[in-house]
Design a protein around this ligand. Sequence first.
Ligand code: IMP
Length: 186
Amino acid sequence: MRLTFVTTNRGKANEVRNLLKTFGIEIDVCAIKLTEIQSDNLEEIAMRSCEEAYGVLKKPVFVEDAGLFIECLNGFPGPYSSYVYRTIGVTGILKLMEEKENRAAFFKSCIACKISGEPPSLFSGVCIGKISHEPKGSSGFGFDPIFVPEEGYGKTFAEMTTEEKNAVSHRGKSLRLLVEWLRFMR
Ligand code: IMP
C-alpha cells in the first residue's frame, strides 16, 4: 500500500517525507487545495479534510492539521493559525505579546488517515515550548522562528535541521503514532 499525503504546504511535506523515510516508508505528496472548515477542533478539521481528499483521490490518503496555542492569549491562534500567519504573521504575534511575561505555548498536530471505506483514524502530537522575544533562524516555515521547544536546547524550530525538529516536534510525534498504526495494519 502506498500512501498519499495531501498538503499544499511544502515545509510540512518535507518534514513528513523526511521522517517517514527513516522508517522505510515512501509516500506521494499531492497538493490539492481542500476545504478547511471553521472549527475550534483540529481533529474535526483533519477528519473532514481527509474524507474530502479520499473522495477526490479514491486511494489511501492522510492529511495533517496543526495549530499554535499561546497560553497568555487564551489559546489563540489555535485552529486559526494559518489565517493568523497569513494576516498578522510572526511580527503580529510578537506585537500582541510585547508586554507578556508568560511565553508558554504549544503546537498541536493532528493527522487523519483513511485507507478504506472506514472513517479516518486520528493521531495527535503536542510539543510544549515558549514564544521567543525575537525571531531566530531561517529553516522551516510558519511560526518556526519564534517557537522554542522545551526539548530543543534553547533553539527555535527555525534554528534546527529537519531531523532535529522532527525528533521533538508535534508533527514528529503524530507521525510516529501513524507509523505504529500502519505496522499494526499490515
Ligand atoms: P495548517 O492549517 O495545519 O496548514 O497550519 C496552520 C498554520 O500553523 C500554518 O500556516 C503555520 O503558519 C502554522 N504551523 C503549523 N505547523 C507549524 C510548524 O510546525 N511550525 C511553524 N508553524 C506551524
